[in-house]
Design a binder for this molecule. Structure first.
Ligand SMILES: Cc1ncc(COP(=O)(O)O)c(C=O)c1O
Length: 393
């Protein structure tokens, strides 16, 4: 059977070898500790689950939802954007529900890109931006994210001929995989760049509610005029520990929202209404509850960073996101170091090179594992003697 070029051109699934090794270790009865999987171990808040129980008995919720989402959910999103970021949104035309942000991020390319168009994408970056670009038959132009630039793309370095053909610019702060945050001035520059070149600005803001040390990440929609040029993708997955329920939202420019609607209404039938009602309840979560959850992650962040410091690895504590992005020791690549950690310690970390060539030289550790696994992982790292790079291949 011949598969479409579209799927054959996809980059190979990067965790195949790691998954094989994990399975082999588990088969030997070894306890593998994974810092590789980004799925909150903290449960969905109880009031949100109670709302689902009620909503599941409501007959209209047994029927097809509307693609764009329940008016009440869109209103709740607009209200949340207003109170959290001071951003004004018309729930009727500027907000849409998504089956998780990933779904919208993948689909928007089909509404905005044609073959021959360019998408400006971060390297390293969340892989779904590029998958959408490839599925639409368009081309990526990679913007390196470098430590010396605070992991922000240098928009001035984009060649004029590329900017001319570019139709979309992807940005993502708090960032996966680097954990970096962006100040409002960066969003102002991105909005100005998008305006100048007539490019749609697409901001993936999924981690704004996971932040530490009192830091409050900003939204692109706080920039005056941002709504003229683009939309923001957001998600309830990480904000309220709801990955399994699949609920996200797109907010911003009504034409871009309409492009997404045209794609989605021809492919899916929207988010289960009972899940959107959970979302309405989740968006009412008091700040204190979100802060308490973040404090748990912050303790984990600090313990992981201490353990890595014990190995001589210099790590900047992230102000937000669920990631610790650590440089590998001299002489190692991302892959040799991740392999050494797996072989010697039965610990899974993700090689930074999986997220793009500029991720080389780093590993990523996720903070969503259970506390007892974190204890065990930190204990193993603390007792480890760094291997000679030549001995690992
Ligand atoms: C940067 C980024 N964007 C989007 C998503 C997808 O979020 P959702 O669960 O809402 O689909 C993730 C998930 O890990 C992510 O890391």
């Amino acid at each position: 059977m011949r598969l479409a070029n579209r799927v054959q051109q996809l980059p190979p699934y990067l965790f195949v070898e790691i998954s094989r090794k994990i399975a082999a270790k588990r088969a030997e009865g070894k306890r593998v500790v994974s810092f590789g999987i980004g799925d909150p171990d903290v449960p969905t808040p109880t009031p949100v689950l109670e709302r689902l129980a009620e909503a599941s008995r409501d007959l209209p919720n047994h029927r097809y939802p509307e693609t764009e989402g329940l008016p009440e959910f869109r209103r709740a999103v607009a209200d949340w954007y207003g109170s959290r970021f001071g951003a004004a949104l018309d729930p009727a035309t500027e907000v849409m529900s998504l089956i998780g942000a990933k779904e919208g991020i993948g689909h928007i390319a089909l509404g905005l890109l044609d073959p021959g168009d360019i998408a400006l994408q971060p390297d390293p970056g969340y892989p779904v931006y590029n998958v959408g670009t490839l599925f639409a038959g368009a081309e990526p132009h990679w913007m390196p994210l470098l430590e010396e630039n605070g992991w922000l793309p240098d928009l001035d370095a984009i060649p004029a001929a590329v900017a001319e053909r570019a139709r979309v610019l992807w940005i993502n702060y708090p960032n996966n995989p680097t954990g970096a945050v962006a100040p409002l001035e960066f969003f102002e520059r991105a909005v100005a760049f998008a305006k100048l070149h007539d490019i749609v600005l697409l901001h993936d803001a999924c981690y704004t509610e996971v932040a530490y040390d009192g830091y409050r990440p900003v939204s692109m929609l706080q920039v005056p005029g941002a709504k003229d040029v683009g939309i923001e993708f957001h998600s309830l997955s990480k904000s309220y520990n709801m990955t399994g329920w699949r609920l996200g939202m797109a907010a911003g420019n009504p034409e871009v929202i309409r492009a997404l609607f045209l794609v989605k209404s021809n492919i899916d039938s929207g988010v289960a209404q009972a899940v959107q009602q959970m979302g309405i309840r989740a968006l009412e979560t008091p700040d204190e509850d979100v802060d308490l959850r973040n404090q748990r992650y912050q303790v984990r962040r600090d313990r992981v960073i201490d353990a890595l410091a014990g190995l001589g690895l210099r790590v900047t504590p992230p102000k937000a996101s669920l990631y610790v992005w650590a440089p590998v020791p001299p002489g190692h690549t991302s892959a040799t170091f991740a392999t050494a950690i797996l072989d010697d310690l039965d610990i899974v970390v993700t090689p930074g090179s999986s997220y793009g060539v500029h991720g080389e030289g780093y590993i990523r550790l996720y903070l969503t594992l259970a506390d007892e696994d974190l204890d065990e992982g930190v204990r193993r790292l603390a007792s480890w003697k760094l291997p000679d790079p030549k001995a690992t291949g």
